[in-house]
Design a protein around this ligand. Structure first.
Ligand SMILES: Cc1ncc(COP(=O)(O)O)c(C=O)c1O
Length: 352
């Protein structure tokens, strides 16, 4: 295949940086243009209401709230479930702990206690040992955060059995669970487990419309009605109350109706890419670890460093990200078979 060359136009790159780069589909744009809207802060936007009702029903929770981003959904959740001086158990590579600008301390004034894991699955007995009862010296553990699929573990699917065991411990100690399910539908596709089963693990569940589901903006926070009522107030306090936001929510409805099933294609392409590049000397990657749409690998090459490799890819109109543990490639709607083939050829050209 003819290698593409670096270009000024971002649309011309094979953009593997993230599934957040997906552009809205034609059906989304049409739905957005035609959306019936009102003032959502005043509770009048019928399209937002439709999306929230649809999502609550879909995941089996009492209520749902449309929020501008996954980070805001996670930060609101921590704020609602905790009090100042509390401690929150997180997995050590979790997005909520590493990649969300420290909102736990900044907004909720709680301390994260990070635990190691087996590719995102924290050992239940370790979780239990780290639940703390407050004294004058010691904080109260009020919340456990879980993430599935796990971004920084290369899109790993955390086993449902592990999550259920953590749920049992949380119940025993009366601690809440917030489930960061930014890519929960990727987990559902990879395992065949219905979203409602995963949703039962969390007192609250957040998922993103703006990643593999390709909506331009937006995430959903779900949970009990009183949790969502309070979450709505916190969203407003954080500046996340939006007015005729039905124009965006309309894209979320299309995302859920039309874009969930195609995630399997992204998984297939990620696996194909992983299997091909794992063969190349210098690439440290176990393709068995690639279960969904994220590939993270290390590069140990005698001549080529990670920044140089990314530059060389860019010259060939391929974009990827440097991340913890090496380099990240993510497949998504705007990555087709030809992008995967181009990436494989570029790897060989640069590294072999
Ligand atoms: C696992 C996980 N949680 C939360 C988020 C935050 O979502 P947003 O970028 O919409 O704030 C991300 C974003 O990549 C993520 O990967």
């Amino acid at each position: 295949m003819e290698p593409k060359k670096e270009t000024e136009n971002i649309m011309e790159y094979s953009d593997f940086r993230s599934d957040t780069v997906t552009r809205p589909t034609e059906n989304m744009r049409k739905a957005m243009a035609e959306a019936e809207v009102g003032d959502d802060v005043l509770g009048d936007d019928p399209t937002v209401q439709k999306l929230e009702t649809m999502v609550a029903e879909m995941v089996g929770k009492e209520a749902a709230l449309y929020v501008p981003s996954g980070t805001m959904g996670n930060s609101i959740s921590v704020k609602v479930w905790t009090q100042e001086l509390d401690e929150v158990i997180v997995e050590e590579r979790a997005h909520i702990y590493n990649m969300e600008s420290t909102h736990m301390t900044f907004i909720s004034r709680v301390t994260p206690r990070s635990l190691p894991s087996n590719r995102g699955a924290m050992a239940p007995d370790l979780v239990e040992q780290n639940i703390r009862r407050p004294t004058v010296h010691i904080p109260r553990t009020s919340l456990i955060c879980v993430e599935n699929t796990h971004n920084n573990w290369s899109g790993a699917v955390v086993p449902l059995e592990n999550l259920k065991a953590i749920r049992e411990i949380a119940d025993k100690h009366r601690v809440r669970i917030h489930f960061d399910g930014a890519r929960i539908f990727n987990a559902c596709h990879a395992t065949g487990i219905p979203v409602k089963e995963y949703a039962k693990i969390g007192d609250s569940l957040m998922f993103c419309l703006s990643k593999g589901l390709s909506a331009p903006v937006g995430s959903m926070l779900t949970g009990p009605k009183d949790f969502i009522d309070y979450a709505r107030r916190i969203r407003k306090a954080l500046g996340g109350g939006m007015r005729q936001v039905g124009v965006l929510a309309a894209s979320g409805i299309v995302a859920l109706n039309e874009m969930v099933d195609r995630l399997a294609e992204d998984h297939r392409r990620a696996k194909q890419l992983a299997l091909a590049i794992a063969e190349i000397p210098g690439i440290e990657l176990n393709p068995d670890h690639i279960q969904t749409n994220i590939i993270i690998f290390d590069l140990k090459h005698p001549r080529i460093s990670i920044p140089v490799f990314l530059e060389e890819l860019k010259k060939r109109a391929i974009l990827a990200l440097a991340t913890r543990g090496g380099i990240r490639f993510v497949t998504h709607k705007d990555i087709g078979d030809e992008d995967v083939e181009r990436a494989i050829s570029a790897f060989k050209e640069i590294l072999v």
